[in-house]
Write a protein that binds this ligand. Structure first.
Ligand SMILES: Cc1cc2nc3c(=O)[nH]c(=O)nc-3n(C[C@H](O)[C@H](O)[C@H](O)COP(=O)(O)OP(=O)(O)OC[C@H]3O[C@@H](n4cnc5c(N)ncnc54)[C@H](O)[C@@H]3O)c2cc1C
Length: 483
């Protein structure tokens, strides 16, 4: 697959890499490479010839040029929290992993200009903390923020819980610096908020999942740090009611609404695996739970606004119950339920994971149809419906029955995944709302694209990376399989 390989040159390539990057810059002992070759969920092991860890842009250039000479595919890797197998190669490919973890410096912050420049290997949490120390907000927020890197966020166009108000990574990026497959640097760190000089090249690298180049630097938009935050936990009868509440909240709170997460009550046992003492803020039997968050400056009476929304919704019978967090720690406890249910599913082991998006109005029917499909065809499996519903994004996961052998579960899981993809296809939706394509979703997404779309994607790949050096097998088929 991908590049022609010169097995005999592999040892020479690794020795040359040591000369270029120093001993700390190369890992090739299998035990030391192991942590780079398995993802957060632990269910898709990969392999690599070596892990290269450059410490500067010049070292990334040197590493890329070396791999090109030796015809070795390069897989950029950030925090390795992507859930679609994009950050490491499948067994047959044995490529070079290029980890950005040593490039972890914030280069500059400009509070007055509301921007920050950083190496791509900074964790998202490091960026957020640096911004906050300067009284600014970097709003991208997701469960993996302590580990994922800002370069990985750019490469996957990450979403998360604040997309509603601030957009996805794409909307937050002012500029990028990228090492191209020929080793040249494209410097797009202009810091400009308006720039209509033709094609906006940075947009091509955002969401490209490392297939067009290695992102080495990022310039990001910052925002005023909110002075007031109100978080509410709401119990409702159905996803349909939840989406009505969302429409009402948008109207009452306007752009102050930052988060709207929906949790089907069937997910709570998963959250309880992480926190056995979990007591939900509203009656656990409410079929649907919502975490709603608003943020504003000091001048706005945010509590009154959210109280009005909840009061009106209670009086009209739209919601069953609601609790507003009285403190930051209570708000964090609400969010811990959302984070715990994801971790709890992983603790259960293999399960079907999806990342679906549809038009907002279609969410209730999507969830109903997906549940009906599972109940009719795989009645022993347990659906878990939750997600960033305010963005039209639902994670409809399905847990195998306890005790089912893993091989059997994986086999049946493939049928369930296909069935769920057919369900979302019926709504004209996407099977990758925010997690990307990687290797695990490549074939199903690639074959689902129109011929014209495939040709355009292949033309972009060939223009940037004619030899297929970058992340072979991720996002699109290797060069020789292009249409
Ligand atoms: C608990 C949990 C919660 C999550 N929640 C969300 C969520 O709410 N929203 C969401 O969008 N995602 C979520 N994710 C998925 C994941 O965190 C994001 O996709 C994240 O952006 C990946 O960043 P990373 O640094 O870990 O990238 P990696 O996993 O290392 O890599 C992902 C892809 O980007 C490429 N890449 C990485 N760094 C670079 C670089 N510097 N240059 C070029 N290409 C690069 C890799 O080759 C790969 O294709 C979650 C994951 C977990 C484990």
């Amino acid at each position: 697959m991908g590049l022609p390989r010169r097995q005999t040159g592999d040892h020479a390539a690794i020795a040359a890499a040591r000369d270029l990057l120093g001993p700390a810059g190369v890992i090739d002992a299998p035990a030391d490479m192991a942590r780079y070759l398995v993802d957060w969920a632990g269910d898709t092991p990969g392999s690599a010839l070596a892990v290269l860890r450059p410490a500067s842009v010049a070292e990334v250039q040197a590493a890329i040029r070396l791999c090109r000479i030796h015809h070795l595919g390069v897989v950029p890797q950030g925090g390795n929290t992507g859930l679609v197998g994009g950050g490491f190669g499948a067994l047959a490919q044995a490529p070079i992993i290029l980890s950005l973890e040593r490039m972890n410096r914030v280069r500059a912050i400009d509070p007055a200009g509301y921007s920050i420049c950083a190496d791509a290997g900074c964790t998202l949490q490091h960026i957020k903390d640096t911004a906050e120390a300067a009284d600014r907000l970097f709003p991208l927020a997701l469960g993996a923020q302590g580990s994922c890197q800002i370069g990985g966020n750019a490469a996957t166009n990450a979403g998360g819980i604040n997309v509603l108000r601030y957009g996805m990574a794409r909307d937050l990026i002012l500029g990028l610096e990228v090492v191209l497959p020929d080793g040249e640097v494209w410097n797009g760190m202009t810091g400009l908020r308006k720039d209509n000089r033709g094609y906006d090249l940075k947009q091509l690298f955002i969401g490209a999942e490392g297939t067009l180049g290695v992102i080495t630097g990022v310039e990001l938009k910052l925002f005023p740090l909110p002075r007031r935050t109100e978080t509410a936990y709401v119990g409702l009868r159905s996803f349909a009611d939840a989406m009505q509440l969302f429409a009402r909240a948008r109207g009452v709170c306007s752009d102050l609404l930052t988060g709207f997460e929906v949790i089907g009550a069937e997910c709570l046992p998963s959250a309880r695996l992480i926190n056995p003492g979990l007591v939900t803020p509203v009656d656990e039997k409410a079929p649907v739970h919502v975490i709603l968050e608003c943020a504003s400056s000091e001048a706005i009476d945010l509590a009154a606004l959210v109280e009005t929304l909840l009061q009106q919704s209670l009086e009209s019978g739209l919601i069953l119950d609601a609790v507003m967090a009285r403190s930051g720690s209570q708000a964090r406890a609400f969010w811990a339920i959302r984070e715990g249910l994801v971790e709890g599913q992983v603790r259960r082991g293999y399960h079907v994971r999806t990342d679906l998006s549809v038009r907002l109005g279609d969410i209730p029917r999507l969830v109903d149809s997906a549940r009906a499909f599972v109940a009719a065809n795989h009645p022993a499996w347990l659906p878990q419906a939750y997600g960033h519903a305010g963005d039209g994004n639902i994670h409809f996961n399905v847990l195998p029955p306890a005790g089912l052998d893993e091989d059997a579960a994986r086999k049946e899981g493939r049928d369930i995944t296909d069935g769920l993809y057919a369900v979302v296809g019926g709504f004209g939706g996407s099977i990758s709302a925010e997690h990307g394509v990687g290797r695990s979703r490549r074939d199903v997404i690639w074959t689902g694209l129109s011929p014209v779309h495939r040709l355009l994607v292949a033309a972009i790949k060939s223009a940037f990376d004619p030899e297929g050096l970058m992340n072979p097998g991720c996002l699109l088929p290797p060069n020789e399989e292009f249409p």
